[in-house]
Design a protein around this ligand. Structure first.
Ligand code: HQG
Length: 188
């Protein structure tokens, strides 16, 4: 049986390959992020990573955030969001957001965010959550968590484009500083 730790490690490897460095194992991704599972397994095996179709299905089915999806014919796989690789440019669904969305970050980034607004950094989009609890978890990955409340519906009515990935994560290309109301944000 695969242990939780093995699953976690293999899931991180899949994120690394499918979001950031497909070239590390010579995998081709199309613009929607899809790559052949057979090539993924062959490439991983070449660099000594044990990966087979069963493990891949286990990762996809057990991913807490539904990070990956498998094509209908079962032959291709992609990460549904979070990319930094420039080969991929997913045509995410543009959608009217709820009244508020939340961005989880770390307190050490706040000064810079106040000046520059929210920027995508190496990823293609700024990631937003529908609930505060998720945003806290996201922020915690970087340090002492802070949640910034985004007036998403107002912004969309003013012409900002919001997208939603297949796993429900909200995406926006950037948010200028003058759109952020720090006074209203719950500081943890
Ligand atoms: C920060 C995980 C300084 C931003 C999560 C964030 C998410 C700035 C960091 C997904 C800034 C980028 C993405 C500015 C933004 N100055 N810092 N002007 N603008 N930042 O990891 O949102 O588990 O690229 O606040 O759950 O933390 O991988 O983005 O702290 O959904 O599936 O720059 O990754 O999902 O960090 O996380 P990241 P993120 P997975």
């Amino acid at each position: 049986m695969t242990t939780k730790q093995q699953l976690n490690e293999a899931s991180k490897f899949l994120s690394y390959i499918l979001r950031h460095e497909p070239q590390a194992i010579g995998l081709q991704l199309d613009s929607e992020g899809w790559g052949e599972i057979e090539s993924l397994i062959a490439g991983a095996t070449n660099i000594g990573k044990a990966l087979d179709i069963h493990l891949i299905h286990e990762i996809v089915n057990n991913s807490d955030k539904n990070r990956f999806s498998i094509s209908e014919n079962g032959q291709r796989i992609r990460a549904v969001q979070g990319h930094s690789t420039t080969n991929v440019n997913i045509n995410h669904l543009e959608k009217t957001p709820p009244e508020f969305l939340y961005h989880g970050t770390a307190s050490r980034f706040l000064d810079s965010i106040r000046q520059q607004g929210l920027i995508a950094g190496t990823r293609h989009y700024v990631h937003l959550s529908q609930d505060v609890a998720t945003a806290i978890n996201v922020g915690q990955r970087h340090g002492s968590p802070v949640v910034i409340k985004i007036e998403a519906l107002r912004m969309s009515q003013q012409g900002f484009k919001f997208f939603q990935a297949d796993n429900g994560v909200w995406l926006i290309s950037s948010i200028p500083a003058d759109q952020l109301t720090f006074d209203a944000c719950p500081l943890i």
